[in-house]
Design a binder for this molecule. Structure first.
Ligand SMILES: Cc1cc2nc3c(=O)[nH]c(=O)nc-3n(C[C@H](O)[C@H](O)[C@H](O)COP(=O)(O)OP(=O)(O)OC[C@H]3O[C@@H](n4cnc5c(N)ncnc54)[C@H](O)[C@@H]3O)c2cc1C
Length: 461
């Protein structure tokens, strides 16, 4: 039986280690801290929460609530320890961070098969070497992956599909919350025809009021280590405005070739919305990367005609984040196409957030364990929350691949019913996800109980 080697003892790596130990496997976890620190971590602890101490909502019908419930049923260490170390935080799961990290370490160290090695890994074994040894690797080195390892990962991605070092994320909106009496569907220059984009027209006054509001809005400060050299192709809108109040009208708010059916003319400026999923429930604001603080973003973007009541699936952001274009480089089980005994997990695979990262660690851990044991592991289907997140990572959205947090827009939409409120519709969607997950779990229950029996056989403290 091969050994599982895991790079990174963050949220994803620790969760993956747990899943493999529970499957009775030997795990070597390589964590470079405290011997070599990242620019954001403060300690040598496993599963350190680098910023907020919240794992978000526990409301059963919310996306983070669904995700946590599914992870719990898949025997998640991160959720278990978060609950043990929880502090009162209303309907959110917040933790006392040192207690949480200590709990994770104690749980892993209770397996004699677990070894933590304080080392930075900068190279990966070849596919041939792994085939021979039977070992399996999981890369879970996070958004602040060390430079040496980042180089090794570049080599795992085909030319032109390299590692990204910054997120410059545009907001993603709920299509249903956009006023389609104002928004019109048209591709640029497709006069009179229905095109692929939704467009939001602005008149002169609306445009300058919007620009002034962006200038005045509070922005997120960058961390010291985030002295971003922006790519010209994805400048935040506020940086563009610094170059002049007209810049947006010649950039992402260019109105040419967009005929507003209400006036028969091109508007003064326009915002384009591009579909993010096939169900047409999510759209992103084209070229609208922004560092405005989230409440400010909501307030300012709602000034755009058609967005008065808009709901956000994801806010815009700009930060340092190493991640791979996973749909191009990974297989459906989170292993690399070029090296199927190496798996990718956590934020580096293209998700955002503590729980999301741990969720991918859980799935990669299970899939890696199955590979080492010569078994198969069936991934949860995209109709439940954890399956939808994994599906996004390996199959990708429709536009440029950008890291994603968990949200209901990743799930299949449910048809609108007469008289049904938005809350009721979301509850229906969440209910269907729960049903799908329960069916998945029933079918895979045998596998899960096998894991537990094997875990019992290992010499637990
Ligand atoms: C500044 C900052 C603030 C954030 N704030 C939040 C927040 O408030 N809420 C939220 O939900 N998410 C937040 N995130 C995102 C958060 O980091 C991730 O969601 C989560 O920690 C990622 O989990 P992970 O396991 O993928 O990576 P990490 O938790 O970062 O773990 C990766 C580990 O790999 C180690 N490592 C890296 N390279 C090597 C190597 N070559 N060899 C050995 N070890 C290595 C690192 O030391 C690290 O411990 C933030 C991210 C950053 C950078």
């Amino acid at each position: 039986m091969g050994t599982i080697h895991i790079i990174g003892g963050g949220l994803a790596g620790s969760e993956a280690a747990w899943q493999c130990l529970r499957a009775g496997l030997k795990v070597r976890l390589y964590e470079m801290r405290p011997f070599k620190m990242t620019a954001a971590h403060q300690s040598g602890d496993l599963a350190e929460l680098v910023c907020s101490n919240s794992l978000k909502s526990t409301l059963p019908d919310s996306a983070p609530g669904l995700l946590k419930a599914e992870m719990e049923r898949l025997d998640s260490l991160i959720i278990r320890e978060a609950k043990i170390a929880s502090v009162p935080a209303g309907m959110a799961l917040a933790v006392e961070r040192t207690l949480f990290s200590k709990g994770v370490l104690t749980a892993l160290e209770s397996f004699l098969n677990f070894e933590r090695i304080n080392a930075e890994i900068t190279s990966l074994p070849s596919a041939e070497e792994l085939e021979k040894s039977g070992d399996v690797w999981i890369v879970a080195s996070g958004p602040l992956t060390s430079d040496g390892l980042a180089e090794a990962l570049q080599a795992m991605a085909p030319e032109g599909r390299r590692l990204h070092f910054y997120d410059a994320i545009a907001p993603v909106l709920e299509m249903d919350s956009i006023d389609t009496n104002i928004a019109f569907k048209q591709s640029r220059y497709d006069e009179g025809q229905e095109g692929d984009y939704w467009n939001l027209p602005l008149n002169k006054d609306e445009y300058y009021a919007f620009v002034d509001a962006v200038i005045a809005a509070e922005k997120m400060p960058l961390h010291e280590f985030e002295e971003v050299k922006y790519f010209e192709a994805c400048l935040p809108i506020e940086v563009m405005i610094e170059r002049g109040r007209e810049t947006l009208r010649f950039g992402p708010m260019k109105p040419v070739g967009l005929t507003d059916p209400r006036t028969g003319r091109w508007p003064y400026a326009a915002v384009q919305l591009r579909l993010e999923n096939k169900q047409e429930s999510m759209v992103s604001m084209v070229g609208f990367q922004t560092k405005m603080k989230w409440p400010e973003q909501k307030r300012v973007l709602q000034m755009i005609p058609g967005l008065k009541d808009v709901e956000f699936f994801r806010f815009g952001s700009v930060h340092r984040n190493t991640y791979l274009k996973s749909p191009d480089v990974l297989q459906g089980d989170l292993s690399f196409k070029v090296s199927p005994r190496i798996f990718l997990a956590g934020q580096i695979a293209g998700v955002e957030g503590y729980t999301e990262s741990a969720a991918l660690g859980l799935l990669a851990g299970r899939a890696a364990a199955a590979k080492a044991l010569g078994q198969s592991f069936v991934m949860p289907p995209p109709e439940c929350m954890i399956g939808a997140l994994k599906h996004y990572v390996t199959e990708g959205g429709l536009g440029d691949f950008q890291p994603m947090n968990t949200n209901l827009g990743l799930l299949p939409t449910v048809p609108k019913k007469r008289g049904q409120s938005k809350i009721e519709r979301k509850a229906e969607q969440a209910g269907l996800a729960r049903e799908t997950f329960a069916q998945y779990q029933d079918i895979n229950l045998k596998n899960m109980s096998t894991y537990e029996t094997q875990a019992d056989l290992t010499a637990r403290g």
